[in-house]
Design a protein around this ligand. Structure first.
Ligand SMILES: *Cc1c(COP(=O)(O)O)cnc(C)c1O
Length: 290
């Protein structure tokens, strides 16, 4: 790919989960990069191509203190020789490993009150209005280009799965996958496991794009909200990692794999590991006794 990382690293392996009928495969988008979430890279690829095409050298984006998108944008800037800035929905003095990574990649962080954070166009105008070099990248990388980037996952597959299961938050990944499925004329159903309490919003977005027949939004495994967990989920994650050697996190892939094991869809199933490994090193999970 033109944008620095190669998706060739995203290999497919076979997995054994107890009680699954049919075969279960895992596509390792987590291997695209050791720190950057695979799906955030997929979502940024064409956004960055577009920014470069229109002659921009400075990416400006938005995120919370635990944003995989922020870190991905910072890293992309470092790889591609572009400047990066991020409006941070957080207090001045907050610090964690996401922010440290973003800083190490050379990103400028601009702490912003929750209130002014709401109006992103206004913030952008205030700080970068009239700057010819900056390029606005939406929060979480949500865009048409993002869906095109994700749909490349489907073009990389040799066989048509009956189901693709993945962790879903904004339904951008789900929409990109669904487009790829339609383009190939496949009958695959996407099971988008919501990791926060916004299933209706996700369903609505998919419906507006005419994708509701391809994606089923699964809402029973959000564990009470974004980054919320319980002992059962943490036990599941621990035992999965110990059995497979594949790192998963409690915010995204842990919930989606837990859901997969409970739902047990039949036939050929492909689990998409979207990355997000930084999540396992967050303070709140480090305090969990494993
Ligand atoms: C952001 C993210 C998701 C959710 O992707 P959406 O396109 O917002 O649904 C899933 N997994 C990981 C690891 C992520 O970082």
């Amino acid at each position: 790919m033109s944008s620095g990382f190669s998706s060739i690293a995203s290999v497919i392996g076979e997995l054994n989960l107890p009680g699954m009928e049919g075969r279960l495969f895992i596509k390792r988008d987590d291997l695209i990069h050791p720190i950057v979430s695979g799906n955030k890279w997929r979502k940024l690829k064409f956004v960055i191509d577009r920014a470069k095409l229109v002659g921009k050298s400075h990416l400006v984006t938005f995120g919370g203190a635990y944003s995989n998108h922020m870190v991905a944008t910072a890293c992309a800037g470092a790889v591609l020789g572009m400047k990066t800035s991020c409006f941070l929905r957080a207090d001045e003095d907050i610090n964690n490993h996401y922010l440290q990574c973003a800083r190490l990649y050379g990103m400028e962080l601009i702490p912003t009150s929750r209130e002014s954070y709401r109006n992103k166009k206004a913030l952008y105008e205030l700080h970068f209005g009239g700057n010819e070099q900056t390029y606005f990248v939406g929060e979480g990388g949500e865009s048409e280009e993002a869906k095109s980037g994700v749909s490349e996952i489907i073009t990389e597959l040799d066989n048509e799965p009956d189901f693709i299961v993945h962790a879903s938050a904004t339904a951008t990944t789900a929409a990109g996958l669904a487009r790829g499925i339609i383009q190939r004329g496949w009958k695959t159903t996407i099971l988008a496991v919501t990791v926060l309490k916004n299933a209706e919003e996700q369903r609505q977005k998919l419906k507006e794009q005419g994708l509701e027949n391809v994606v089923q939004v699964i809402d029973d495994f959000n564990f009470g909200g974004y980054a919320k967990t319980n002992a059962e989920l943490m036990d599941f994650i621990k035992s999965f990692i110990a059995k497979t050697g594949i790192m998963i996190d409690p915010v995204y892939t842990g919930k989606a794999l837990y859901a997969l094991e409970k739902i047990k869809p039949g036939g050929n199933v492909l689990f998409l590991h979207t990355g997000g490994t930084l999540g396992i090193f967050s303070d709140r999970f480090l305090q969990t006794k494993l």
